[in-house]
Unconditional design. Structure first.
Length: 257
């Protein structure tokens, strides 16, 4: 009896030595979730929030000053370039930015095509709206004065600065500021902030455009987990409006009168 019991104990000990040590399933889940949790904490870090808030204040001031300069003013180009550098600098200083594209199961080419289509649809909507705006002097006059920067200046240079600011705004508003806000406030918070800051330009139509554009690009940011789609849509819209809004307003005004 004792001999049999001892033999069983020896066999059990040998089996215990041969079995590899494995971590419980929940430990593996915690380990794999580690980087995600770390990134989430990093996105909501006090540093990102403080830098984003400071950049928002400084950028709003630079925008209000630079876009209210009279057409032909020599400070317009350095002022708007400073505005782009403010958004880019704040975005970079706040912490890591999201990748250009991170939506799984969809090619980058398709994302580009969808973003291009969204930009063209927005341009079309606003050009149709421009016909209505041309009938309201209180809305049409500020827009015409704003477009005078392109008419009285170097169009290619204005287009380059417009594109730079479009990219910079996406890096900050849909990049840094989006990441700094709690998830439940990301969509509304970035859109409201972008609209309020743009309203400081003194052009009501630009504020309305910022609201509609802001909704579209922040939804793209949420859907793709990256900035590629929002940047492309923003650039298509801003350059399209720069080149087509003025002629559309002028043509509509002539036809109405």
């Amino acid at each position: 009896m004792n001999t049999t019991l001892c033999a069983r104990v020896r066999v059990n000990r040998l089996l215990d030595r041969e079995q590899p040590m494995t971590s419980p399933p929940f430990a593996n889940k915690i380990a794999s979730a580690g980087p995600v949790a770390s990134n989430a904490l990093q996105d909501a870090s006090p540093r990102r929030r403080v830098v984003s808030a400071a950049t928002l204040v400084v950028g709003a001031g630079v925008l209000a000053w630079s876009l209210r300069l009279p057409p032909g003013d020599a400070l317009f180009y350095p002022g708007t370039l400073l505005l782009a550098l403010t958004w880019i600098g704040g975005a970079r200083l706040s912490g890591p930015l999201p990748p250009r594209h991170r939506r799984t199961g969809e090619s980058r080419l398709r994302v580009l095509a969808e973003a291009l289509a969204a930009g063209l649809i927005l341009v079309t909507i606003f050009l149709v709206g421009a016909v209505v705006v041309s009938l309201v002097p209180a809305l049409a006059t500020p827009v015409q004065e704003f477009l005078d920067h392109a008419r009285k200046g170097n169009l290619l240079l204005v287009a380059a600065i417009t594109a730079a600011n479009g990219l910079a705004e996406e890096l900050f508003f849909r990049g840094a500021l989006f990441a700094a806000l709690p998830r439940r406030w990301q969509l509304a918070g970035t859109t409201v902030a972008y609209t309020v800051v743009t309203a400081l330009s003194g052009v009501p139509l630009l504020a309305l455009a910022a609201l509609l554009l802001g909704v579209v690009v922040v939804l793209q940011r949420r859907a793709t987990s990256g900035l590629l789609a929002s940047v492309v849509t923003h650039l298509v819209w801003s350059l399209g409006m720069l080149l087509l809004l003025g002629p559309t307003l002028s043509t509509a005004s002539r036809l109405m009168h």
